[in-house]
Design a protein around this ligand. Structure first.
Ligand code: MF3
Ligand code: CO
Length: 271
């Protein structure tokens, strides 16, 4: 069952999203060789709690940390620990913030110092695929339009879409209906309605569409060891178009109408 949200409820998720964006910015400033993923986790948890919010992931189905840190061929759900970032790594950071019972969920893959041309291409292409999906989050469209737009953009860049991991509805629960595959057929699936809040999250690799799960019960890698990326927004469908509730793409202080339009091609509102 898809739970549609009122404008006030969407504003509440945006408030969680604003803390989430500040968390990602704080983490981004700490990314350098030698930093451990456990240090990033501690910084994220401290900041989120300082804002009167809760890290949504902590304790979720027994998940032991506040964020997910997934380097290189790890696609998602990496548990922070002693791993030290290295120059040339890519690192996916996935953050969930709950404020007043409302969850926002977002992720972004960062380069650690200069990275290979292939790695830059992977990151840029996956971010483009996310925006292609967001642009389809409009009343009257269908879920398959979103899925297809993500797939077409990613595959058009020569990237592979991970099949077994999907986006999802988000609200009072981190994972609500519907599931949102990152591949699909235009014109198919659930109709999109005002008030739906969706976590759109393409996960890609430069090699395979297949994944393997690690022994820790959480981390998921590309099966062939190829580099992976994960970009995610929480997005509300509104009568005015898609509204990005976790706008990590905006420069700090850059939340003017002009900068929003410049950043997203004029089709999505932000915040
Ligand atoms: N963004 C991730 C997801 O949508 C967050 C889950 S991590 C977990 O699946 F640890 F909380 F499960
Ligand atoms: Co998610």
């Amino acid at each position: 069952m898809i739970i549609r949200k009122s404008l006030a409820e969407i504003d509440a998720i945006a408030a969680s999203g604003a803390i989430l964006v500040r968390t990602l910015r704080l983490l981004e400033r700490q990314l350098r060789p030698g930093v451990t993923t456990a240090e990033l986790d501690a910084a994220a948890e401290r900041f989120i709690r300082s804002q009167g919010a809760v890290p949504s992931f902590k304790g979720y189905r027994g998940y032991p940390a506040s964020i997910c840190t997934s380097p290189n061929s790890m696609i998602v759900h990496g548990i922070p620990g002693p791993y030290e970032l290295e120059r040339g790594d890519v690192l996916s950071l996935d953050v969930g913030v709950t404020l007043d019972g409302w969850v926002a969920d977002a992720a972004r893959t960062f380069p650690i110092g200069p990275v290979s041309v292939q790695a830059s291409h992977l990151l840029a292409g996956t971010e483009t695929a996310l925006f292609a999906g967001v642009e389809r989050c409009v009343v009257g469209g269908r879920l398959g339009d979103v899925s297809h737009a993500i797939q077409a953009a990613a595959e058009g860049q020569g990237l592979q879409i991970v099949r077994s991991l999907v986006g999802h509805g988000v609200g009072r629960d981190m994972h609500e209906d519907p599931q949102i595959p990152n591949f699909g057929k235009p014109g198919s699936g659930q109709r999109l309605e005002s008030g739906m809040v969706l976590a759109i999250e393409p996960m890609t690799t430069i090699g395979t569409t297949e994944v393997v799960a690690a022994d820790d019960g959480w981390s998921i890698y590309s099966q062939d060891g190829s580099l992976a990326a994960h970009f995610e927004f929480t997005v509300a469908i509104t009568p005015d178009g898609p509204r990005i509730l976790t706008p990590w793409h905006l420069a700090e202080g850059g939340d003017t109408v002009e900068s929003q339009l410049a950043n997203i091609g004029g089709r999505a509102r932000v915040g």
